[in-house]
Design a protein around this ligand. Structure first.
Ligand SMILES: *Cc1c(COP(=O)(O)O)cnc(C)c1O
Length: 482
């Protein structure tokens, strides 16, 4: 496919601007000659060429509206289009972020109601909607933990993080100046209580726990975990990015979590990918409410207003209202599903993951063979031993079958990991077809391994040098020398 620069023809234009009826102004007078460039080399194309170019580009992409996208840990579920319609209402999109509160009362009401709903669903005392993504929510939560101990005059330098945690957890702890200590998992893939007991000293501020963890497993000893942490004066942080597994079934607040972050762009059906936009609300128990970011929404005579009058706050973590339209979409999802719908979503997410786990068990190793939550983690080790086919090869081959590959090589505690999250929005037919494809690839790995190693065979380009692409991205087009 050609670049848009390559189809450019001098003088072509996609816009038909009528002749001006006011005196022309010289751009030089407005901008200043020093800021003007003689040659900008912008592509010049007709409207037809423009539309075709971008439509063709979009068809090379893969999205959840196009096919099954079982990316573990990422929750790539279908996003109901009603959410988009609601978020596009002029009252939401037309409001200037700096408009006075008097013009924003309806939007403040939506935010306030969203906080209230999240408190009810997760059993927390209060929520902030400011953070822009899950990892940003983690950082916000850890900043509150730091401030809590500062206020108490306790010097706690460490944070415990299980080896099954998401990689952003240790990063968030370290960014806040804590030393992060890895807590090994037990044979069941859960927290090892003896190790926790030994490591949970007076020096430890918090345990950061993902529940269900990145193996897709629910922490069986969560109450004991909370007790050990709290008995030593520590706080329990919950990474709630996987909350879609337990909506309406249990509440982190009831399990003993003092602070959790959510990923609206995972659990609450708003599209994500390519790094954003997301939303990572943070919920806190009573111990931490004083430290929430400002401004916070408070009731006043006229309805609701912003207030920054919270002396112990950690301050602002983001400008304006957070990623407001992402919050609107999540609110629309919550409201349209209602309590019964959320519970059903969680049940179907768990049922679908267990269905895939059982169906694929004969073909791939399953290191933690337990009932899973919203995702299951296989290992490609059997295929490596048998024919040198690696998990990467299996993932690449899936592309030829029309599926987005699952998450691979994560979590790190599973060799050759294949982490599959079907989500609740997929039918049995889709899951069956996907399992058939995985089984076919497992057979191919035995009978014709080279074919799997050469995959993908159906895409415009085969295997890219992903490290080079990430380390030395070359995204700037320059005109070939004539
Ligand atoms: C996705 C994820 C995160 C990070 O969320 P972002 O929105 O990508 O910053 C953190 N923890 C877990 C368990 C996740 O799945």
């Amino acid at each position: 496919m050609q670049l848009i620069f390559e189809i450019s023809k001098s003088g072509r234009t996609a816009a038909d601007v009528p002749a001006g009826d006011v005196p022309a102004v010289s751009l030089e007078d407005v901008i200043g000659a020093s800021f003007m460039r003689e040659e900008l080399d912008l592509p010049e194309v007709s409207e037809t060429d423009l539309v075709r170019h971008y439509t063709n580009l979009s068809r090379r992409n893969f999205g959840v509206d196009l096919g099954f996208y079982p990316l573990g840990s990422c929750t790539m579920k279908y996003n109901p289009k009603i959410n988009e319609t609601v978020a596009a209402l002029p009252g939401f999109t037309g409001l200037h972020p700096a408009a006075p509160e008097a013009f924003a009362r309806g939007n403040l009401e939506l935010l306030f109601d969203m906080q209230r709903l999240l408190c009810a669903v997760f059993g927390m005392a209060d929520f902030t909607l400011q953070p822009a993504a899950g990892a940003h929510g983690e950082l916000t939560g850890v900043m509150m933990i730091r401030k809590y101990f500062e206020k108490k005059g306790e010097k706690r330098r460490r944070i415990l993080i299980p080896d099954a945690a998401h990689g952003t957890n240790p990063a968030s702890g370290a960014l806040c100046g804590f030393e992060t200590v890895t807590l090994g998992s037990n044979a069941e893939g859960g927290v090892d209580l003896q190790r926790l007991d030994a490591l949970m000293t007076e020096d430890v501020a918090a345990l950061m726990l993902t529940n269900p963890n990145t193996l897709g497993l629910f922490e069986r000893n969560i109450e004991d975990v909370a007790r050990i942490v709290h008995d030593r004066g520590g706080l329990l942080y919950g990474d709630g990015a996987n909350a879609n597994a337990f909506l309406g079934k249990t509440r982190p607040g009831d399990l003993g979590f003092d602070v959790i972050q959510l990923n609206l762009h995972k659990t609450f059906s708003t599209p994500h990918g390519g790094g954003g936009p997301g939303s990572g609300p943070v919920g806190v128990g009573e111990k931490l409410t004083d430290f929430l970011p400002v401004p916070r929404i408070v009731p006043c005579e006229a309805g609701l207003r912003w207030s920054s009058n919270f002396p112990d706050t950690i301050g602002r973590v983001r400008a304006f209202y957070g990623n407001f339209s992402v919050i609107v979409k999540a609110y629309s999802y919550l409201r349209s599903l209602g309590a019964a719908g959320l519970i059903r979503a969680a049940e179907m997410a768990v049922l679908n993951a267990n269905y895939i786990k059982e169906k694929l068990k004969p073909y791939f190793d399953l290191p933690y063979d337990r009932i899973c939550m919203h995702e299951c983690v296989f290992s490609g080790s059997r295929q490596v031993a048998l024919s040198g086919v690696h998990t990467t090869d299996i993932a690449k081959r899936l592309i030829d079958f029309g599926y987005h590959p699952p998450t691979i090589y994560f979590p790190l505690i599973v060799a050759e990991a294949i982490m599959i999250e079907p989500t609740e929005t997929e039918s049995k037919e889709t899951l069956d077809a996907f399992c058939d494809a995985m089984a076919a690839i497992a057979r191919e790995a035995e009978e014709n391994p080279q074919r799997v190693k050469d995959a993908p065979l159906s895409t415009p380009v085969g295997r890219l040098d992903e490290v080079l692409a990430a380390r030395k991205p070359d995204v700037c087009w320059s005109k070939p020398k004539a």
